[in-house]
Ligand binder design. Structure first.
Ligand code: FES
Ligand SMILES: [Fe+2]
Length: 341
């Protein structure tokens, strides 16, 4: 599998990118920077200066909405174009590579792929709703492909061993172009109480997944942001939005503490497994594990057709980063039931 499936990936939370700051990043096998233009628009671009190779995110600064190279002072705007070079008769016609960027739901997304994006990540209402507490924010890194991080949600057997379900839950996987949904029920024992849960999962392309879990005590929305770092490792950033109890909103911090203690330990346990597992192109699956196969078929759309393993990093062409409003045709929805019948 190429290390960087085509699609939208969250690279930062909005609050991490303050105006006037240049942040060094490393995703998609590339050294990158993020900064904001004079209008506040976020940009994610390659880090190295085309003049002489300095890293714009190490000592670079923002001047009038452009990033200024620390070495000889060349400046680049949010589209990557050089706008100023000291002592040059004419500004050099050079551009640093970069990505189409969107910002909403408290997140900054970058798009990878050879074409302009044809679909968008929908807004995540919990991120801006006053009815949810500020999120628990955990960043995990593992020596694993992002696709396998996603497969975890339809790996029903691990819900028994890692997440202590009596039996693997039944799920329905519905596929709709770059989007997919799955729903199910599970059971948990928290602080000595037996609690039945429902979960609704929304997948938006290869790198963004929203899981809404409800039970009689707690409503939590987990935003799972899986982003390739390079051909060896991926990041999974988990943002857990705990709903404030309507009658006792002040109890939200306590609920966060309880949730953090139970759920996040399980994620750490699976990250350790991920760090050491290998990818089986043809795993030995049991009949109730066919969701993994279905998810792999769906995920294949994010790879270039005729993909050659070992060519992991499609270079993103410089392009006009105008907003794209087009969405996938929802009428072509298909439904693939998975799990035990
Ligand atoms: S290396 Fe960036 S301006 Fe010279
Ligand atoms: Fe899991």
């Amino acid at each position: 599998m190429p290390a960087v499936p085509y699609g939208w990936y969250a690279v930062l939370r909005s609050e991490e990118l303050q105006p006037g700051k240049v942040l060094p990043l490393h995703y998609f096998g590339r050294a990158l920077i993020a900064f904001r233009g004079a209008d506040g628009r976020a940009a994610v671009r390659d880090a190295h200066c085309p003049h002489y190779g300095a890293h714009l995110g190490v000592g670079g600064k923002v001047v009038d909405g452009t990033v200024e190279c620390p070495f000889h002072g060349w400046r680049f705007n949010t589209d990557g174009r050089c706008t100023h070079a000291p002592f040059a008769d004419r500004t050099p016609k050079v551009t640093i590579g970069g990505f189409p960027v969107r910002e909403h739901s408290g997140l900054i997304f970058a798009y990878t792929g050879p074409e302009a994006p044809s679909w968008e990540v929908p807004e995540i209402p919990e991120a801006t709703s006053g009815r949810y507490a500020t999120p628990i924010d955990h960043v995990h890194r593992a020596r694993l492909h992002v696709q396998e991080m996603r497969e975890n949600i339809v790996d029903e057997s691990h819900l028994h061993t890692i997440h202590r379900q009596p039996t693997p839950p039944v799920q329905d996987l519905r596929l709709d172009g770059p989007f997919a949904e799955t729903r199910g029920r599970f059971h948990r024992r928290v602080l000595g109480m037996d609690i039945d849960n429902t979960f609704d999962v929304y997948m938006y392309g290869p790198g963004v997944m929203v899981v809404r879990v409800h039970d009689s005590v707690l409503s939590v929305t987990a935003v799972a942001l899986t982003t390739p770092i390079d051909e060896r490792a991926s990041e999974m950033r988990m943002l857990y939005y705990v709903r404030k109890p309507a009658k006792a909103p002040f109890a939200a911090p306590l609920l966060k503490l309880v949730f953090r203690a139970t759920a996040t330990a399980e994620v750490r346990q699976e990250v350790e497994i991920w760090d050491h597992k290998v990818h089986h192109p043809r795993p030995v699956l049991l009949p109730h594990e066919k969701g993994i196969k279905a998810l792999r078929r769906w995920y294949a759309q994010f790879y270039p057709s005729g993909t050659i393993a070992g060519q992991p990093f499609p270079r993103t062409a410089d392009r006009d980063e105008t907003q794209t409003e087009s969405r996938t045709d929802k009428s072509a929805a298909t439904r693939i039931p998975v799990g035990r019948d």
